[in-house]
Design a protein around this ligand. Sequence first.
Ligand code: MTE
Length: 327
Amino acid sequence: MLIRSQDKDFLPPPASEITPRAVWQQRRQLLRLAAIAGGASLAPWASQAAERPGKLAALPGARSSLPGATTPEPLTPYADVTGYNNFYEFGTDKADPARQAHRLKTRPWSVQVDGLVGKPRSFAIEDLLKLAGMEERIYRLRCVEGWSMVIPWVGYPLAELLKQVQPLGSAKYVEFVSQADPSTMPELRAGVLDWPYTEGLRLDEAMHPLTLLAFGLYGEVLPNQNGAPLRLVVPWKYGFKSAKSLVRIRLVEQMPRTSWNLAAPREYGFYSNVNPEVAHPRWSQANERRLGEPGGLFAKRRPTQPFNGYAAQVAQLYTGMDLHRFY
Ligand code: MTE
């Protein structure tokens, strides 16, 4: 993002964090063979069911049947999903969150949901985990820096939570605020961004069924570096809209200021829909590198799709808007 290009920053996470690729491949192969031996016909994604890495507490989710909620593309390996992160509160290097985020204290945890709502309320994480049925959704995540991943998230639509507090007619936007605790987050002192990390969506974007409140990935609770104990995932927008480790959700009338927009308004707009036609002022957004693919840095880049491939589901939210102006 504002900081540096990502590729040269990559440092592998500690070996203890990684399930060796050979082990993964072997497990997948075994699953495939078992399915064939059992006479099962393989659905396109059956061979890549999000197998638990066995590192954190289980958080199962039924595979979502919502159109667009599951891409058949191969999953990005767990080691990349959890070892190559942006979580600036823990450092600006891609390997910092995996090294530092063990300091985050995820219990006790509560989320204040307030602002222009009929029933403002603080939700304990234990209640949030039970609020709606957990689903597994396989989303592409496209970072504004030009890389992408395919991640099996576990969570439920943010709309399920917003319904609970009864948004008022005057609420037009939703502001999302991440945890900012100087005693556990070393980078808060550095002032890279205006803390707490703050993001925003229009209310209709927030209520869209693809907008996910995620509590887990790969069938387990979220690793701290991915935004434990709960985060937002908005698959048609650049990754920075998906704020991690949420503590407050506020419904408001005016478009909220967001951390990245405050830091560099010309570079990071409020909407930040993935758009191959609108270049970042310093680099193209026309294509992307899929992390974890064979070939590493030299793997062929793939074309970026409008709305990150979710146009059929979300393009109508922006009918009549000039997406070059509202970037
Ligand atoms: N949320 C907080 N609180 N702090 C951050 O630095 N980084 C964002 C987003 N959410 C960030 C954040 C960016 S730039 C991206 S690309 C995604 O988280 C990365 O999510 P991942 O590390 O789980 O892949």
